[in-house]
Each structure stands twice: as structure tokens, then as C-alpha cells.
Design a protein around this ligand. Structure first.
Ligand code: PFF
Length: 544
């Protein structure tokens, strides 16, 4: 450890960015982020539609060749450059700061609508007790959200009181957890919620397995369609699922890694997170398909008629199952409670990307930065999403922010790191320095070749699909898709570039100490964030 720097900016600074108490806390928080709605409501349908049991193969290949390697990349950048996304990217090379802001803005958009899903799930946990949807779950959901949609919908932002109240409750809970800080808020909530989630979900799976028809559901889910492996679309779907599910390239894992002590085994931790997330994902597939098998049998239809994902699965199919199954209320509470727990720890992680950035930029303490970020976020999220436009907005923003936000940001960052900055060797050294195993050329190939190629192809395919589609996306009015889809996604990049041009104030964390109290990078303090080329710089921990 070096002696604390005595430069005026560094003293007294101890930047107080917060830190995880250790590796376990970090692993729980990272699993908390990774395990989210992607696992529960996205994976089962994606796997089913892309080869069933055969999907496991591309899925594992994607996990090993892209998910885990990109997780390592995120960890290495956050840990090596010890900062929020904009600070870490700026320290990496000054002009790459815009990537960090791009990630922050993506996080911001996701946070706005993710809170809505949590609010719905919270309400539905309560509705499960008396199965308030009666025997028409779809009709009830329509009434409950009062969602407008379709070409002829008159766009109106009328407040839906039931949603308003739970959305406020979600934001209040988020503010409390975020204000408590990295260890006492983020890590502590994951350490409690993740085991609870696993217990609840295991009970749900066991209960579902005993429902009549469950075995048929599992049979449909696991039955391998080997021919699917020849379809490139199946492989793209596997990579897409892995990227989203592991929360890579969101800026989340980068931010979390910046709160780790210097002497941390990053690669070992990454493996634990990667496999824990996928393990839970497969468990979700089993639970969801047992329940769908029951539903198909109860309604006397084929499984493929009842398979859905996303909002339809959670708020229409599951309520139907709950009404039809014996002890349905128990299934309801376990299912919606799991959605709340899984979603909450993911929302925490995405909000942290924004808070960390504001904290670094202005050198603020935890509570002011939490309030500066969360109050405006809560107000905008509540104002926009507790209205009759909540569902259509969520639908369009989610589609564009995923397909043109996360995927594009991931593609751009892997290409820049590999080919423009030529930064992989430095990051490899950083990972190997404390890692429980060594990574090398294979990692370079995954990050520098496989990831950009797959991401580029999926970007192209989704563009072609949108251009080829007749009419507008989901029949929403053209201007609506233009504003909340295209302009939003492109706007994020433009605003990110703008933000990266704003100078860092003297009191920012760019000029302060890192969470261990050591100067982050002397060259940063000396030279306004201008960092020597990675090849020329010594890995951070070797300097101390
Ligand atoms: N890994 C998360 C999931 O599977 O749901 C992805 C995610 C979504 C993280 C939204 C954070 C978030 F706010």
C-alpha cells in the first residue's frame, strides 16, 4: 500500500465512493444484478423457441465465449481504472469517456421503465391473495394498466392511481437502499434478497412440478430440436440472452468492480457469477414450463399455444395458472414475490450506474448524490409510467434501448478497446495479477473477435427486421415509435458525447482518492485525466 498522497486534492478526499466489504458481498451484488426479469420471463421462452433442449449448447457456448469474457472485461475496466463508467473510461483514454456516459444514459432509460414492472409485480403479489383478476386475466390486466395502444389509440397520459401508488413505493424503497450506500444498501439487500429469492423459487418449482401436465411442459421445454443448431438466428438469440442476462456492457459490472479492494480475484468471481446466473436461469425454465404445461393441459391446448414471454407471461399467463391451480395463491405469491426480489436487485444495480457517475463527477457524498439522481428519476418515471401510456412506452423504449443501446454500446466498446486503444494486454495483466487462473489469447479472441462479430450481426439483423416489417412496430403511431424509439436511442449517443465534453470540476473524484484511499492514478491528478497509453502504464496495483 502506498502512503496516502499528500496532494491537496487527495487529502481529505478519501472520496468516499463506498466499497464492498469483500468478495462475497460483491458476488451477491453482481448476482443480484444478473438475476432479473431476463432470467424469469425471458429465458424460458427464448430457449423454447430456439431449439428447446438443443438450445443449451449455443447457450453454453455463448456463456463461455462472450458472457464470461465480457464480464471479465467489465470487471477489469472498472477495477483497473477504479471509477464509475464515465470516470473509468476517461481514465482509460480521455476521449472514450462518452462510452461511459452512453452507458449511464442507457441505465437511466432502463431505470425509468424497469420500476414500472416492479410496481406491477408488487401489486400482483397482493392481488394473488384473492386472485383479483377473476377468470379473465387478460381483461383485468388491460383494465389495471388502462394501457392504450395500436394505431388508432389517442395518446393520452392519464394517471392510473393503482399504478401510481406502487410506483411511488418502489422508488421510495430504492431511495432508501441507495442512500444506505454500497455495502449497507446494495450488498446488504442482495445478501438478503438473493437467498430468499432462491428459496422462494425452489418452492415454486417443486410445487409446479407436482401440477398435472407439468411433465408435458418440461418435455416440450427440454425436447431437443437439433436442426435448430444450423440456424444462425438461434445462435444470435443465445448470445443476446447471455449478454442481457449477465448484465454485461450495461456499465453495471464495471461500476460494481470499482468498489472492490485491489487484491481481489476478479476472474474467479466472474465464473461464480456467470454460472450462478445460468443455473438460476435453467431453474426458471423448469418452473415456468411446468406451470405452462399445467395451463395447457387445463385448457386442453398444445403447449406452444400458451408459451409467451415478458409482460404476457407474467401478468396474463401466470394469473391464469394461479386461478386454475390448487393452492394457486401460494404459487402467485411465490412467483410475483420472486419477480419483485429479482427485479429489485437489478434495478438497484442499474440506478447505481447513474449515482456513481454523478458522485464521481461532482465529488459528492453518498446521500446527496442519491437524492440528486433518484428524486428526478422517480418523478419522471412516475409521471410518465403511471399513466395510460405506461405499457406502450415500456414496450418501445425497452426494444430500442436493448437493440440499439446495449448491443451497440457493447459492440463499440469491444472494438475500441481491442483495436483502437489496444488495451486488452493491459487488462489481461490486470486480471491475471490476482486471478485464480490465467487468461490470454483465448480471451483476446472472445472479446476482440467473437463479441464484436456477434453484436454487429445482431445489430444488422434487428435493423433489417424493423425496416422490413410492415407498418410500425406493434402498430404504435409512427411519431411515437420515432420519438421514443429511434430519437431516444440516437439521442443517447449525442447527449453522451455532449456530456463527455463538459470539464470535470476541481472537486470531482477524478482528482480524488480511490476507495482504498490510494491515489487513483497520479497521472490523472497531474494531468486532468490524460492517461498514458496502456502499454506504457504500470498496472495499478503494482504501483501501490
Ligand atoms: N441481467 C438483468 C436481467 O436478466 O434481467 C438485466 C437487467 C435489466 C439488469 C434491467 C438491470 C436492469 F435494470
Amino acid at each position: 500500500m502506498s502512503a496516502p498522497s499528500s496532494s491537496p486534492a487527495a487529502t481529505g478526499a478519501k472520496a468516499d465512493r463506498g466499497a464492498f466489504s469483500g468478495r462475497t458481498a460483491f458476488i451477491f451484488a453482481a448476482i443480484g444484478s444478473a438475476v432479473g426479469l431476463g432470467n424469469i420471463w425471458r429465458f424460458p421462452a427464448v430457449a423454447y423457441e430456439n431449439g428447446g433442449g438443443a438450445f443449451i449448447l449455443p447457450y453454453l457456448v455463448a456463456l463461455l465465449t462472450a458472457g464470461i469474457p465480457l464480464l471479465f472485461l467489465d470487471y477489469a475496466i472498472g477495477h483497473r481504472w477504479r471509477g464509475s463508467a464515465p470516470a473509468a473510461w476517461r481514465r482509460f483514454r480521455r476521449w472514450t469517456e462518452f462510452i461511459g456516459w452512453w452507458q449511464v444514459l442507457i441505465a437511466l432509460i432502463i431505470a425509468l421503465y424497469y420500476a414500472l414492472i416492479l410496481a406491477w409485480a408488487t401489486n400482483y403479489t397482493i392481488f394473488s391473495f384473492d386472485q383479483r383478476w377473476g377468470d379473465d386475466a387478460a381483461g383485468f390486466f388491460g383494465e389495471y394498466t388502462q394501457a392504450l395502444g395500436g394505431q388508432d389509440a389517442t395518446i393520452s397520459f392519464d394517471v392510473v392511481p393503482a399504478v401510481l401508488i406502487s410506483l411511488i413505493a418502489v422508488w421510495a424503497a430504492i431511495i432508501v437502499v441507495m442512500a444506505l450506500g454500497v455495502q449497507r444498501g446494495i450488498a446488504a439487500s442482495s445478501v438478503i434478497f438473493i437467498p430468499l429469492l432462491v428459496i422462494m423459487f425452489v418452492i415454486l418449482v417443486v410445487r409446479s412440478l407436482f401440477l398435472p401436465g407439468a411433465i408435458d411442459g418440461l418435455d416440450a421445454f427440454f425436447k431437443p430440436h437439433w436442426g435448430a443448431l444450423l440456424d444462425p438466428g438461434v445462435w444470435i438469440a443465445a448470445y443476446g440472452q447471455i449478454f442481457f442476462s449477465l448484465s454485461v456492457a450495461f456499465g453495471i459490472m464495471l461500476t460494481y468492480a470499482s468498489y472492490l479492494k485491489k487484491k481481489t480475484d476478479l476472474t474467479g468471481s466472474g465464473l461464480v457469477v456467470g454460472f450462478a446466473n445460468s443455473g438460476f436461469e435453467i431453474l426458471c425454465g423448469i418452473g415456468v414450463f411446468s406451470a405452462l404445461g399445467f395451463m395447457a393441459q387445463a385448457q386442453g391446448v398444445a403447449i406452444d399455444e400458451v408459451v409467451t414471454a415478458g409482460v404476457g407471461l407474467a401478468f396474463i399467463a401466470f394469473p391464469t395458472i394461479i386461478s386454475e391451480a390448487p393452492a394457486g395463491a401460494l404459487i402467485g405469491v411465490l412467483f410475483f414475490g420472486s419477480l419483485v426480489l429479482a427485479g429489485f436487485t437489478s434495478l438497484v444495480s442499474i440506478v447505481e450506474v447513474i449515482i456513481a457517475a454523478i458522485q464521481d463527477k461532482f465529488g459528492l457524498a453518498r446521500i446527496p448524490s442519491t437524492l440528486w439522481v433518484c428524486i428526478p428519476l422517480a418523478v419522471v418515471s412516475t409521471a410518465l409510467f403511471s399513466t395510460t401510456m405506461g405499457l406502450p412506452l415500456l414496450d418501445v423504449m425497452d426494444k430500442w434501448v436493448n437493440e440499439y443501446g446495449i448491443v451497440a454500446a457493447a459492440a463499440v466498446s469491444t472494438i475500441i478497446v481491442t483495436y483502437v486503444l489496444r488495451g486488452l494486454p493491459t487488462l489481461r495483466d490486470h486480471l491475471n495479477h490476482r486471478g485464480s487462473f490465467k487468461i490470454g489469447l483465448v480471451w483476446f479472441a472472445c472479446v476482440g473477435v467473437i463479441a464484436p462479430v456477434v453484436l454487429g450481426v445482431s445489430l444488422t439483423l434487428s435493423t433489417l427486421e424493423l425496416l422490413r416489417a410492415e407498418g410500425t412496430y406493434e402498430d404504435y403511431p409512427g411519431w411515437f415509435v420515432l420519438v421514443f424509439g429511434w430519437l431516444m436511442a440516437i439521442g443517447l449517443v449525442v447527449v453522451a458525447i455532449g456530456l463527455s465534453l463538459i470539464p470535470w470540476p476541481a472537486g470531482s473524484n477524478m482528482h480524488k482518492n480511490d476507495s482504498d484511499g490510494d491515489p487513483i492514478a497520479p497521472e490523472v491528478e497531474a494531468g486532468l485525466g490524460l492517461v498514458p497509453s496502456p502499454e506504457a502504464s504500470t498496472p495499478h496495483e503494482l504501483r501501490s
